[in-house]
Design a protein around this ligand. Structure first.
Ligand code: SAM
Length: 382
């Protein structure tokens, strides 16, 4: 007689499928009509940007990338801001000249508008030496791998270009003491160093193995004398306040999250694995604790940027709201959420932004501009 065989355990559902199912349930409610397009973006090859290494001795790299039709999205945003400021100045001059006699500036003079004339948020968002090349919307050309220069330093670092937005939002100024609380593997740490402005950079990450990758990036891109201005540690970031409270001018809190793109594409190290359910459910709490530590590590008047690579409002805006509330009620610290909507205007040619964020900004994956997801929100400690 034929005896039917039954598997002792049900076949395991791939983590990527669990993740997609979870996202279908939550993001279709959150993003509504946008979700099918964002979903398609998440499931397709992501786009990269080439973060130029300002410490590399090779100065032909920009030229080479421009010949390939890549453009530096940061300086493109800068130009746009200048043109916007110039147009605004023309409008103001015209209305002044209609009101009464006065000197009207020529268009030439107005085009030469300086950064000083731009509105503060625009000026603040672009005062940086960061250069990152991307291909235009719809162009899915890949960058060649990075190459070593004559000193052995690599010429650029390939990363999701949207990951630079939190660093640009942090707006590091010359001599600032900067803390990167969850720094490994180090893409944003590298970008912070490219500004050339960090007085001191503390790069921390709880994971020893990931910290090794951070060291390896520093060794591959940064000359020894600059590397020596960076201190790398492996503390639990939640305890940072006990180490150094009220210390830093700028703090980046790039927290662990559901890494949405990774979760729907890769089985390895997937947070939707059954045995990581508790860890995943506890993420918003961990994120809140890390953000609180970041706020407490900031000097009064200093600024914190919180970021995730998730679309989840529970990991994004909700964490911000809770942190602002706890800072006020438990620590008597006022925290102001800064308006970053000018980022949308500056960088809309490169990224697809979600227009309905209550707090902060969110880059949505899109088939023609497949960066992100990247959420970032800036807080100022009053
Ligand atoms: N900023 C990094 C970059 O741009 O390359 C990516 C950071 S990743 C999104 C989040 C990091 O947080 C992980 O490397 C993880 O090891 C670290 N992390 C998790 N829990 C932490 C904790 N309690 N304290 C400090 N770091 C933590």
């Amino acid at each position: 007689r034929y005896k039917e065989k039954w598997a002792a355990t049900a076949p395991r559902i791939p983590c990527t499928r669990l993740a997609l199912h979870h996202f279908d349930m939550s993001y279709s409610l959150q993003l509504k009509d946008l979700w099918p397009s964002v979903r398609a973006g998440l499931l397709c090859e992501q786009k990269y940007g080439a973060l130029l290494n300002n410490f590399s001795a090779d100065d032909y790299v920009s030229q080479e990338l421009e010949l390939m039709n890549a453009t530096d999205f940061v300086s493109e945003g800068f130009k746009k801001a200048q043109q916007g400021a110039a147009a605004e100045e023309v409008r103001r001059e015209e209305s002044r000249s209609q009101e009464g006699p006065g000197k009207v500036r020529t268009v030439m003079q107005t085009e030469a508008v300086t950064q000083a004339e731009m509105s503060p948020p625009l000026r603040a968002s672009i005062s940086s030496n960061i250069k990152c090349y991307t291909y235009s919307r719809g162009d899915i050309t890949r960058f060649r791998p990075a190459r070593q220069d004559s000193l052995g330093l690599l010429d650029y670092y390939l990363m999701d270009a949207a990951s630079l937005l939190p660093v640009l939002a942090l707006n590091v100024q010359r001599g600032d003491l900067v803390l990167d609380l969850c720094a490994a593997p180090g893409g944003k740490t590298l970008a912070l160093l490219q500004t050339g402005f960090c007085g001191h950079l503390a790069a921390n990450d709880i994971s020893i193995s990931r910290t090794k990758r951070l060291y390896s990036i520093l060794n591959s891109y940064i000359p020894k004398d600059i590397r020596e201005t960076v201190s790398v540690t492996s503390y639990d970031g939640r305890d940072w306040e006990q180490l150094e409270g009220d210390t830093f001018h700028k703090v980046l809190v790039d927290v662990p999250c559901t890494t949405d793109r990774h979760s729907v594409m890769e089985e390895e190290n997937n947070i939707f694995h059954k045995r990581r359910t508790k860890e995943r459910q506890m993420l918003p709490m961990l994120q809140l604790q890390l953000l609180m530590a970041g706020i407490l590590a900031t000097k009064p008047g200093g600024e914190v940027v919180y970021s995730t690579c998730s679309l989840s409002s529970l990991q994004n805006e909700c964490v911000i709201e809770r942190a602002v509330d706890i800072a006020e009620t438990q620590f008597n610290i006022s925290v102001h959420v800064e308006d970053l909507s000018h980022f949308r205007m500056l960088f809309q040619d490169t990224f697809s932004f979600f227009t309905d964020c209550r707090l902060g900004e969110l880059v949505l994956p899109h088939l023609t501009a497949n960066f992100g997801p990247m959420y970032f929100c800036k807080l100022r400690r009053v």
